[in-house]
Ligand binder design. Structure first.
Ligand SMILES: [Zn+2]
Ligand SMILES: [Zn+2]
Length: 162
Protein backbone atom coordinates (compact mmCIF):
# COMPACT_ATOMS: atom_id res chain seq x y z
CA UNK A 1 0.00 0.00 0.00
CA UNK A 2 2.77 2.43 -0.70
CA UNK A 3 1.46 4.68 -3.44
CA UNK A 4 -1.25 6.58 -1.63
CA UNK A 5 -0.31 5.60 1.88
CA UNK A 6 0.09 9.25 2.88
CA UNK A 7 -3.67 9.47 2.99
CA UNK A 8 -5.97 6.48 2.60
CA UNK A 9 -8.62 6.86 -0.12
CA UNK A 10 -11.37 5.88 2.31
CA UNK A 11 -10.46 8.73 4.68
CA UNK A 12 -10.15 11.22 1.83
CA UNK A 13 -13.55 10.26 0.40
CA UNK A 14 -15.17 10.50 3.82
CA UNK A 15 -13.67 13.88 4.66
CA UNK A 16 -14.40 15.39 1.24
CA UNK A 17 -18.02 14.37 1.39
CA UNK A 18 -18.85 14.69 5.07
CA UNK A 19 -16.04 16.63 6.71
CA UNK A 20 -17.78 19.95 6.23
CA UNK A 21 -20.53 18.89 8.60
CA UNK A 22 -18.31 18.40 11.66
CA UNK A 23 -17.90 21.33 14.03
CA UNK A 24 -14.46 22.86 14.51
CA UNK A 25 -12.56 20.68 16.98
CA UNK A 26 -14.97 17.82 16.33
CA UNK A 27 -13.57 14.27 16.52
CA UNK A 28 -14.59 11.45 14.20
CA UNK A 29 -13.25 8.19 12.79
CA UNK A 30 -13.23 6.95 9.21
CA UNK A 31 -16.00 4.32 9.13
CA UNK A 32 -13.98 2.14 6.76
CA UNK A 33 -10.51 2.00 8.35
CA UNK A 34 -11.23 3.48 11.82
CA UNK A 35 -8.50 6.12 11.54
CA UNK A 36 -9.21 8.90 14.02
CA UNK A 37 -9.48 12.50 12.87
CA UNK A 38 -10.29 15.92 14.23
CA UNK A 39 -11.43 18.96 12.32
CA UNK A 40 -8.62 21.38 13.07
CA UNK A 41 -10.20 24.54 11.65
CA UNK A 42 -12.16 25.62 8.60
CA UNK A 43 -11.39 23.03 5.96
CA UNK A 44 -8.31 21.50 7.63
CA UNK A 45 -8.38 18.05 9.24
CA UNK A 46 -5.80 16.51 11.57
CA UNK A 47 -5.01 12.80 11.75
CA UNK A 48 -4.80 12.06 15.47
CA UNK A 49 -2.14 9.33 15.27
CA UNK A 50 0.62 11.40 13.65
CA UNK A 51 -0.71 14.97 13.80
CA UNK A 52 -0.56 15.39 10.02
CA UNK A 53 -2.97 17.93 8.63
CA UNK A 54 -4.78 17.89 5.33
CA UNK A 55 -6.74 20.72 3.78
CA UNK A 56 -9.56 20.64 1.27
CA UNK A 57 -8.63 22.16 -2.09
CA UNK A 58 -10.12 22.09 -5.54
CA UNK A 59 -8.84 21.87 -9.08
CA UNK A 60 -11.08 23.77 -11.47
CA UNK A 61 -11.75 23.37 -15.13
CA UNK A 62 -12.11 26.32 -17.51
CA UNK A 63 -15.10 28.62 -17.09
CA UNK A 64 -17.88 27.49 -19.39
CA UNK A 65 -18.31 30.12 -22.10
CA UNK A 66 -21.67 31.20 -23.46
CA UNK A 67 -23.42 28.10 -22.11
CA UNK A 68 -22.99 29.46 -18.59
CA UNK A 69 -23.01 27.40 -15.42
CA UNK A 70 -20.16 26.60 -13.06
CA UNK A 71 -16.67 25.42 -13.95
CA UNK A 72 -16.02 21.72 -13.30
CA UNK A 73 -14.40 21.23 -9.90
CA UNK A 74 -12.52 18.29 -8.44
CA UNK A 75 -11.95 18.45 -4.67
CA UNK A 76 -9.03 16.73 -2.96
CA UNK A 77 -7.14 16.89 0.31
CA UNK A 78 -3.67 18.39 0.18
CA UNK A 79 -1.12 17.87 2.91
CA UNK A 80 -0.58 21.07 4.84
CA UNK A 81 3.03 20.00 5.50
CA UNK A 82 3.79 19.43 1.85
CA UNK A 83 4.06 15.63 1.69
CA UNK A 84 1.88 14.64 -1.24
CA UNK A 85 0.98 11.17 -2.48
CA UNK A 86 2.95 10.37 -5.61
CA UNK A 87 -0.28 9.68 -7.48
CA UNK A 88 -2.79 12.54 -7.53
CA UNK A 89 -6.28 11.77 -6.30
CA UNK A 90 -7.77 12.52 -9.72
CA UNK A 91 -5.42 10.08 -11.46
CA UNK A 92 -5.94 7.39 -8.81
CA UNK A 93 -9.74 7.68 -9.04
CA UNK A 94 -9.69 7.48 -12.83
CA UNK A 95 -7.20 4.61 -13.05
CA UNK A 96 -9.02 2.58 -10.39
CA UNK A 97 -12.39 3.13 -12.08
CA UNK A 98 -11.53 3.04 -15.77
CA UNK A 99 -7.96 1.76 -15.89
CA UNK A 100 -8.73 -1.91 -16.40
CA UNK A 101 -10.93 -1.20 -19.44
CA UNK A 102 -8.75 1.57 -20.88
CA UNK A 103 -7.13 1.01 -24.26
CA UNK A 104 -3.39 0.50 -24.23
CA UNK A 105 -1.33 3.57 -25.02
CA UNK A 106 -1.32 7.02 -23.53
CA UNK A 107 -3.98 8.63 -21.43
CA UNK A 108 -3.95 12.22 -20.18
CA UNK A 109 -5.73 12.99 -16.90
CA UNK A 110 -8.31 15.72 -17.64
CA UNK A 111 -7.91 17.20 -14.15
CA UNK A 112 -4.15 17.49 -13.60
CA UNK A 113 -2.87 16.81 -17.17
CA UNK A 114 -0.56 13.99 -16.09
CA UNK A 115 0.23 11.71 -19.02
CA UNK A 116 -0.01 7.97 -18.29
CA UNK A 117 0.96 5.01 -20.43
CA UNK A 118 -1.18 1.92 -20.12
CA UNK A 119 -0.17 -1.59 -21.10
CA UNK A 120 -0.85 -5.13 -19.91
CA UNK A 121 1.53 -7.52 -18.28
CA UNK A 122 1.44 -11.07 -17.01
CA UNK A 123 1.95 -11.16 -13.24
CA UNK A 124 1.67 -14.41 -11.29
CA UNK A 125 -0.03 -15.94 -14.33
CA UNK A 126 -2.66 -13.20 -14.52
CA UNK A 127 -3.03 -10.51 -17.15
CA UNK A 128 -3.12 -7.20 -15.31
CA UNK A 129 -3.26 -3.56 -16.41
CA UNK A 130 -0.04 -1.63 -15.81
CA UNK A 131 0.24 2.16 -15.64
CA UNK A 132 3.34 4.25 -15.88
CA UNK A 133 4.20 7.91 -15.95
CA UNK A 134 7.35 9.97 -15.97
CA UNK A 135 8.85 10.58 -12.56
CA UNK A 136 7.31 7.57 -10.89
CA UNK A 137 9.63 5.08 -9.18
CA UNK A 138 8.09 2.20 -11.14
CA UNK A 139 4.97 0.99 -12.91
CA UNK A 140 1.70 0.55 -10.98
CA UNK A 141 -1.12 -1.91 -11.14
CA UNK A 142 -4.48 -2.38 -9.42
CA UNK A 143 -4.56 -4.44 -6.24
CA UNK A 144 -7.80 -5.72 -4.74
CA UNK A 145 -7.96 -4.56 -1.12
CA UNK A 146 -10.07 -5.54 1.87
CA UNK A 147 -12.77 -3.01 1.09
CA UNK A 148 -11.72 -1.43 -2.21
CA UNK A 149 -9.03 -1.65 -4.88
CA UNK A 150 -5.90 0.51 -4.68
CA UNK A 151 -2.79 1.21 -6.75
CA UNK A 152 0.43 -0.65 -5.93
CA UNK A 153 3.85 -0.97 -7.50
CA UNK A 154 3.98 -3.93 -9.85
CA UNK A 155 6.71 -5.35 -7.61
CA UNK A 156 4.32 -5.37 -4.62
CA UNK A 157 1.37 -6.89 -6.44
CA UNK A 158 -0.09 -10.06 -4.99
CA UNK A 159 -2.76 -12.02 -6.86
CA UNK A 160 -6.27 -12.33 -5.38
CA UNK A 161 -6.65 -15.48 -3.28
CA UNK A 162 -9.82 -16.85 -4.85
ZN1 LIG B 1 -10.07 5.54 6.12
ZN1 LIG C 1 -4.83 13.54 -12.38
Amino acid sequence: MSERVILADCCEDWILQWGGFYPEGGAFACPECATEWTKARGSAFRRVADGREFERRERRGPRPGSAGGDAAAFPYLASVHGHEPNVERCCAKILLTHGAAMREGSFVCPVCSTRWEKRSERLHGLRVPVFEREGLAGPLTIQAGRTRPFLVSVSEYSPPRD
